[in-house]
Write a new protein. Structure first.
Length: 108
């Protein structure tokens, strides 16, 4: 976690790979950051892992799921209860399952 990053109550970080939370980023209550999984193409479901990056000034709304290997760009906002399985660009607002960019974030 970088300076002034915030993690809300009830957040879970499954840290089999690095999870980085940037400066002034907010991870709201009950989010789940999952940096590991299982390889469903292998007979033994061998473990997999990939780092997660939540960039500076990003905000994850309540109860957001972030999957392995995902990067949330600088200043990006993810709506409550969204599930993120691929990278989200900087300065966008996303929501849904799977999360989709719904608009650019305009800063005034």
């Amino acid at each position: 976690m970088d300076e002034n990053a915030e993690i809300g109550s009830g957040v879970e970080c499954y840290t089999v790979a690095t999870i980085h939370i940037g400066a002034y980023a907010t991870v709201s209550q009950y989010c789940y950051l999952c940096s590991g999984g299982r390889d469903v193409s292998s007979l033994d479901f061998r473990p997999t892992k990939a780092p997660i990056t939540i960039a500076d000034q990003a905000w994850l709304g309540a109860d957001v799921f972030i999957g392995p290997g995902v990067s949330v760009g600088q200043g990006a906002v993810v709506g409550a209860r969204s599930s993120v399985f691929s990278d989200l660009p900087a300065w966008t607002i996303s929501s849904g399952n799977p999360a989709q960019v719904i608009q650019k974030r305009i800063i005034s």
